[in-house]
Design a protein around this ligand. Structure first.
Ligand code: FE
Length: 218
């Protein structure tokens, strides 16, 4: 490209850019368009009901969030018998609480200890325990997180602000359609005597993925 051409392009850019932004505001992004196209084809073939789809999306986007997982963790912190039962038979205990469902048919609970820190990824796609944690955050689905969690978990954790003693092992769990994971973080100090409800407020989504710590009660 000649210099005069590139200068010309440069001059045109502000106007082009404005049109480009405008187009984006009106039209959905390319992945959204593809999804819409697939949805239209499936609806026409009678394979899906758009009303049912809307309800599923609303459920996991607005009604189910990390609060279900947080309640499970808080109960485990609060009650040793519950904790033992949860670790021995996660699905039995989780189903009894009513947190069983789509994308959460098989969930294992992995407990953090001073010796071992657990961290969850789905290297293949974005498998995640929806009934416990809601919809996965966008970083969980990113190529970088999926690839780097396995190669350099400590570096990834450090970027999330999680630094661990050298003596603590990091164990990375790769989720699949068959098995999802919930991290049971360590109970923060200074929470003795707190109620389950108050404990649950300390449990963050990231602490149940292993990329964060629970909140400090102080
Ligand atoms: Fe996946």
């Amino acid at each position: 490209m000649s210099q005069s051409n590139s200068k010309k392009l440069g001059e045109l850019m502000p106007h082009d850019h404005h049109d480009h932004d405008h187009a984006h505001a009106v039209l959905p992004s390319e992945p959204a368009l593809r999804v819409k196209a697939i949805e239209t084809v499936l609806t026409r073939k009678g394979l899906i009901d758009p009303a049912a789809l809307d309800e599923i999306i609303d459920t996991y986007q607005n009604k189910v969030g990390p609060q279900n997982g947080a309640l499970v963790v808080a109960k485990a912190w609060h009650d040793d018998t519950f904790r033992a039962a949860l670790l021995a038979d996660p699905m039995g205990v989780i189903a009894e609480l009513g947190f069983y469902g789509r994308q959460g048919e098989h969930v294992d609970v992995v407990e953090n200890t001073p010796d071992t820190h657990n961290m969850v990824v789905c290297t293949l796609c974005s498998c995640y325990p929806w009934p416990l944690l809601g919809i996965p955050p966008s970083w969980y689905k990113s190529d970088a997180y999926r690839a780097r969690s396995v190669r350099e978990p400590r570096a990834v954790l450090a970027e999330f602000g999680v630094t661990l003693p050298e003596t603590t092992k990091v164990r990375v769990w790769d989720s699949t359609a068959e098995m999802r994971y919930l991290v049971l973080p360590m109970r923060p100090k200074g929470t003795e005597g707190m109620t389950v409800q108050d404990l649950a407020k300390l449990v963050t989504r990231d602490s149940m993925i292993g990329t964060g710590f629970p909140k400090d009660p102080a």
